[in-house]
Write a protein that binds this ligand. Structure first.
Ligand code: AGP
Length: 602
């Protein structure tokens, strides 16, 4: 949610500031701006629009300044206007601030500052921070003291960066419940809301913790505790990602690139050490109660994990959507809460972990981003190793999380004795073969799926049906379709249909059915859902496996590999269907409207 970039250097910063904020656009992109110090003044260039649109008007790249901050916005407080775009200035334009997060007490602070004579140019919560620092500076005459005092008055969440004419060669930055990191380069240092702000230039980072602030100059940096003022000895974390991995590499969109990276991402997940999987399995077996948490896609991943744990390990690990978890949380010292999150920063999931921790629960997480808030909060973390996922729409990260849950289920099932040695070998072999199966699907079926997507791009309403473990697959596939195409798609268990939604079915409603392979019970029950829809004149598109009776209006046939890994293949097909439908409709694939990659607000 919003991106922050800051650069301080011996050299002109324009290019790096622009590139930094451009690579953060996936976090928000309704307006953008920069502030920099030049000739003892702070200049601001900002406007509504994407980074490139603002660049074409404001020419950020040509800046000759040596210190500057930039921001790309995803509106929370205040409409999308030039005035509300960051950076925000104090009255005298002595201080400029960019901010991610929400200042909960901004109305009270704004009222107090107004009474003291401050005037405001925007509707944002952020602007009060610049005024507050200026107000405090007028009393103490020290930028660092003013910065710290202002921060201690803030309630809510923030990652922020500030520059001042009174300390013109340094960037001040801080975090509280919203990520902020420092990039340590050569003759240039950086500030960013994530690695993408500077990964082209340095992989060496210092990750701020809550309650810390940083002071960054062109050849040094320091981190201090906000409350004690003491210097904190922070180690350098080397980002394991290559900048090339974060770029499109010839694909028209990150989404397609990331779908195609899934075989590699799955291989990486399979290469994670048995000891790491085993340690989490131990925690699960030691706990009296275990919950799986996620939100949006990761809730569906958690739900799939619940099905896997039930089938493979004979255990019930309820999945809960993390935005609701606090209302249900009864965890205690014998509980374990496992969070699933690509970013490791999602507010709802992070707050749920904190809530459970406060109640004494043990916590664990599967996350993709090294050094993220969740990775550092929990008792045990598994870094999923999917590489950077830039498209707002999660594909490879979600599939990788599912594979890790499958590994954990196998491990727990084996230890509990609910999974035989033969099945353990069979499932493990199926997982090993899965990257190749996905490769084949991508190579052999993409053309068919694209043609189907273009044929049906006009359909305004879809039902996505699945039963058993294909139910979370249907939910996740429907979410993909909704978020990237803006077409209504409702995921539902096949059996649920007849309890109400069936009344919607007529010849205009299209239904996508995820049909399991074989002739077992799940297959039979799914086919009855197909019959129910067909009997009401509904159009049924089946994603099915070889050997299935062709009772569909249209179908995509996938080769049968293993029952255990079969559900992952239709998910990949559905990702492609959503992607190609979005391109047929000329949607903003990598940055769908109103969405941001990492949702760090309540
Ligand atoms: C995924 O396509 C969505 N954009 C969204 O639902 C996402 O999965 C959710 O916000 C959770 O994000 P996280 O994995 O970073 O925690």
């Amino acid at each position: 949610m919003c991106g922050i970039s800051g650069v301080v250097s011996f050299h002109p910063i324009g290019d790096r500031l622009y590139e930094g904020v451009r690579h953060l656009e996936y976090r928000g992109y309704d307006s953008c701006g920069v502030a920099y110090v030049q000739n003892h003044h702070i200049e601001v260039r900002k406007d509504v629009g994407t980074v490139d649109e603002v660049q074409s008007k404001a020419n950020i790249r040509q800046l000759l300044a040596a210190v500057g901050i930039a921001h790309t916005r995803w509106a929370t407080h205040g409409k999308v206007t030039k005035a509300n775009a960051h950076p925000h200035l104090s009255c005298k334009a002595d201080f400029a601030v960019v901010h991610n997060g929400i200042i909960a007490n901004y109305k009270a602070l704004r009222a107090t500052l107004s009474k003291a004579g401050h005037t405001f140019c925007s509707e944002t919560d952020t602007e009060i921070i610049a005024h507050l620092i200026e107000h405090t500076y007028a009393e103490c005459g020290d930028v660092e003291v003013a910065f710290v005092e202002a921060l201690t008055a803030l309630e809510g969440s923030y990652a922020l960066a500030m520059i001042s004419v009174h300390d013109a060669e340094r960037i001040f930055c801080a975090r509280h419940e919203s990520p902020l990191i420092i990039g340590v380069g050569s003759e240039t240092n950086y500030v960013g809301s994530d690695f993408n702000a500077f990964i082209d230039y340095t992989k060496n980072t210092v990750i701020l913790d809550d309650g810390e602030y940083g002071i960054v100059s062109k050849d040094s940096y320091s981190v201090k505790n906000l409350h004690s003022g003491e210097v904190v000895d922070k180690s350098i974390t080397v980002v394991p990602w290559d900048s090339e991995l974060s770029r499109k590499g010839g694909y028209p969109h990150y989404m397609l690139k990331e779908i195609h990276e899934q075989p590699l991402a799955v291989r990486n997940a399979l290469n994670i050490g048995d000891d790491e999987i085993g340690a989490l399995a131990d925690m699960i077996l030691e706990a009296r109660r275990v919950h799986l948490l996620g939100v949006g896609t990761t809730y569906y991943v958690a739900l799939l994990g619940q099905y896997l744990m039930a089938a493979v390990a004979d255990m019930d690990l309820p999945a809960v959507s993390s935005d609701e978890f606090r209302h249900l949380d009864k965890s205690d010292g014998e509980s374990l809460v496992i969070a699933i999150s690509q970013s490791g920063e999602t507010y709802d999931t992070l707050m749920s972990l904190r809530h459970a921790k406060e109640r004494g629960a043990k916590t664990a997480a599967i996350v993709n981003v090294l050094g993220s808030s969740m990775a550092r909060l929990v008792d045990r973390v598994i870094l999923q190793g999917s590489g950077p996922e830039v498209c707002v729409v999660s594909t490879k990260a979600a599939l990788t999380q599912m594979i890790l849950l499958a590994r954990i289920a196998i491990e727990v099932g084996t230890r509990r004795g609910s999974l035989s040695a033969d099945l353990q070998r069979e499932y493990t072999a199926a997982l090993t073969a899965l990257p190749g199966d996905i490769d084949n699907l991508l190579n052999e079926k993409s053309g068919l799926i694209r043609a189907a997507a273009y044929r049906h791009a006009h359909v305004p309403n879809w039902l996505f049906l699945g039963r058993g473990i294909y139910y979370p697959i249907a939910l996740e596939a429907a979410l993909k379709m909704k978020e990237v195409t803006y077409i209504h798609a409702e995921g539902m268990p096949g059996g649920f249909l007849k309890h109400g939604t069936l009344s919607l079915v007529d010849d205009k409603l299209y239904t996508l059915v995820f049909v399991p392979p074989g002739n077992g019970e799940l297959h039979g029950m799914t086919m009855s859902s197909v019959e129910e829809v067909k009997a009401r004149g509904g159009f049924v598109f089946g994603i099915a496996f070889e050997g299935v009776d062709d009772i569909f209006d249209e179908r995509l046939v996938l080769p049968v590999t293993s029952d255990f890994t079969a559900p992952f293949l239709p998910l990949v097909a559905a990702q492609l269907l959503a992607y190609f439908t979005a391109t047929a409709l000329k949607r903003n694939v990598d940055k769908p409207r109103s969405l941001a990659k990492s949702v760090t607000v309540a």
